[in-house]
Design a protein around this ligand. Structure first.
Ligand code: SF4
Ligand code: SF4
Length: 439
C-alpha cells in the first residue's frame, strides 16, 4: 500500500513502524473472510482492510478521526484472526493499537461513552475495586430486565444497551478472594526442578479464582516452585484495548519491576500465565517499551521468560495421570491461537490426560468476549457467542475447555455444558479436585 507520511511524521518511531506495516498491505482482502465483524455485518468498513484504510487516513492526515472511523475501529475485537490469515505479514495488532491511541487523544467521545470507558478502565485492572463494583452490581442486577435488549446500533453501542450488558455480566455468585492470590511462595512437592512466577492477573482473581488455585496445585505437583510476586498484577491489556496506552505502559512497568527483582534475587526460570489475553500482552512487553531506552532491555528480558501454562507443562509432561474418558471440545481463545500461536500444546496435554479432544468448527472465529468488548459492543458480542456455542454443541462434548477465563465465562453463559479452564482439567487428571463447573 502506498503511504504519504511527511518526514516530520516519520521522525516519530511509532508512526514510522505503522508506516512499514501499512506498506506491507497489498489490499488482497484475504483477511476479510476470517474477520468476525465482517462475517456478521458484511460491511467492508467492518473488515480489517477497511479499518486499515481508516487508520492510515487518520494517521497520515494527522487529524482527529471522524465519527464513522471511530465507530468501525471500535467494532474491532482485536481478535487478530486477520493476522493469522494475512499472507503479507501485516501486523494489524500494532496498527490497531496505534489507531486506538490516536482516537483516544484526538477524538472527543460522547459523554456517556467517555464515562463508561473511564469506569471500565478504572475497574477492570483492579481486583479489589472490581469486586466491590460487582457486589454493588448484584443489587442493581434485577434492573437489567427493564433496559432494552436491542438497539439501533448493530453493535449495541448505546448507553442503555451497554448498561443492560453490564448488569447481565454481574455473576449471580461471587467467590471470596483466594489465598493463592496473595504474594507468597509455594514450594515444589518433590525435588525442585524449576522456579516460576505465576502472573496473578486481575479480573480472573475475582471472576474465576479457581484457575490460579488449580495452576498452583498442578505446577507444584510437578515439582515446580511457584512464586506470586509482590507488585505484579494486571498486564495492561484491558486499558490498552480502549486506547489508554500510557496506563497500559504503567501496568507493564510495574510487572517488569516486580519480576526483575525476583529474577535478580532467587531467580526465575519462567513467568507463567494462565489467561491467554494476558500472555499475548506480556510476551509483547519488549515491543510496547521498545522506544523507551530505560525500559526496553528490561521489558525484552521479562517478555522472553513469559510462557502460557500449557507451553510450560508440555515441556514437563504430565505425571501420575488418572484418565477421564470424557469428550472435551477445546475452544482455542483468539489470544491463544492468533496472538500467541499456542495451538497444539493444550490439546496434546488434554489428550495426554486421557480426555477425548474435539476441535470446534469455525474455531478461528472469536467467541465475542474480547475483554471490555462484551460490554461496549454487546449485540455483536452476543451474536458471536451464540454462533460459537452452536458450533461447540455440534460436536456433542461432555465438557468445554479453554485457556482464557473471559471466554470461559462468556461461553458458559450460553450453554448448559460445563466449561472449565484447561488447567483445571489437567489438575483433576493428575490428582486435584474435580473442577467446580463439573460438580
Ligand atoms: S482483529 Fe479481529 S475483528 Fe479486528 S479486524 Fe482483525 S479479524 Fe476483524
Ligand atoms: S490479508 Fe493482509 S495484505 Fe491482504 S488486505 Fe488483509 S491485511 Fe492487507
Amino acid at each position: 500500500m502506498q503511504t504519504n507520511f511527511t518526514l516530520a511524521q516519520l521522525s516519530d518511531a511509532e508512526t514510522a513502524r505503522s508506516e512499514q506495516i501499512l506498506r506491507k498491505c497489498v489490499h488482497c482482502g484475504f483477511c476479510t473472510a476470517t474477520c468476525p465483524t465482517f462475517v456478521l455485518l458484511g460491511d467492508e468498513r467492518d473488515s480489517p482492510r477497511g479499518r486499515i484504510y481508516f487508520i492510515k487516513a487518520m494517521l497520515e492526515g494527522d487529524r482527529a478521526p471522524t465519527e464513522s472511523e471511530v465507530r468501525h475501529v471500535d467494532r474491532c475485537l482485536s481478535c487478530l484472526a486477520c493476522m493469522t490469515t494475512c499472507p503479507s505479514g501485516v501486523n494489524y495488532m500494532y496498527l490497531v493499537d496505534h489507531g486506538r491511541h490516536h482516537i483516544e487523544i484526538r477524538y472527543t467521545r460522547a459523554l456517556s461513552d467517555r464515562f463508561l470507558r473511564g469506569v471500565l478502565a478504572r475497574l477492570m485492572p483492579r481486583p479489589a475495586l472490581l469486586r466491590w463494583a460487582l457486589v454493588l452490581g448484584r443489587l442493581a442486577k434485577p434492573l437489567a430486565a427493564m433496559l432494552p435488549a436491542t438497539s439501533a446500533d448493530p453493535g449495541g453501542a448505546t448507553l442503555l444497551r451497554r448498561l443492560r450488558a453490564m448488569l447481565e455480566a454481574v455473576p449471580g455468585r461471587l467467590a471470596g478472594p483466594s489465598s493463592v492470590d496473595r504474594p507468597q511462595t509455594f514450594p515444589a512437592a518433590g525435588l525442585r526442578r524449576k522456579r516460576v512466577a505465576l502472573m496473578p492477573g486481575c479480573g480472573q482473581q475475582v471472576l474465576a479464582p479457581e484457575v490460579n488455585e488449580a495452576t498452583v496445585r498442578l505446577l507444584t505437583r510437578h515439582d515446580m516452585e511457584v512464586v506470586n510476586v509482590a507488585g505484579s498484577g494486571c498486564c495492561g491489556s484491558s486499558v490498552m484495548h480502549v486506547g489508554r496506552k500510557e496506563e497500559a505502559l504503567a501496568f507493564a512497568k510495574r510487572n517488569i519491576e516486580a519480576w526483575l527483582r525476583e529474577i535478580d534475587g532467587a531467580g526465575l526460570d519462567a513467568i507463567v500465565i494462565n489467561a491467554s489475553g494476558c500472555g499475548t500482552t506480556v510476551k509483547d512487553y519488549g515491543h510496547m517499551l521498545a522506544d523507551d531506552p530505560v525500559w526496553k532491555n528490561k521489558a525484552a528480558q521479562v517478555a522472553g521468560l513469559a510462557k502460557d501454562v500449557s507451553e510450560l507443562m508440555l515441556d514437563f509432561g504430565l505425571a501420575n495421570v488418572t484418565a477421564r474418558p470424557l469428550t472435551v471440545a477445546y475452544h482455542s481463545a483468539c489470544s491463544m491461537q492468533h496472538g500467541q500461536k499456542v495451538i497444539e500444546q493444550p490439546k496434546k496435554l488434554l489428550r495426554d490426560a486421557g480426555f477425548i479432544v474435539k476441535d470446534v468448527p469455525e474455531g478461528h472465529i472469536c467467541c465475542g468476549w474480547a475483554g471490555t468488548y462484551q460490554l461496549l459492543q454487546p449485540e455483536l458480542s452476543r451474536r458471536l457467542r451464540d454462533r460459537k456455542v452452536a458450533n461447540i454443541e455440534s460436536v456433542r462434548p461432555d465438557i468445554i475447555a479453554a485457556g482464557n477465563f473471559g471466554c470461559i465465562g462468556n461461553i458458559a453463559g450460553g450453554t448448559g455444558i460445563p466449561v472449565a479452564h484447561t488447567v483445571e482439567l489437567l489438575d483433576w487428571a493428575t490428582g486435584g479436585p474435580r473442577p467446580p463447573a463439573l460438580r
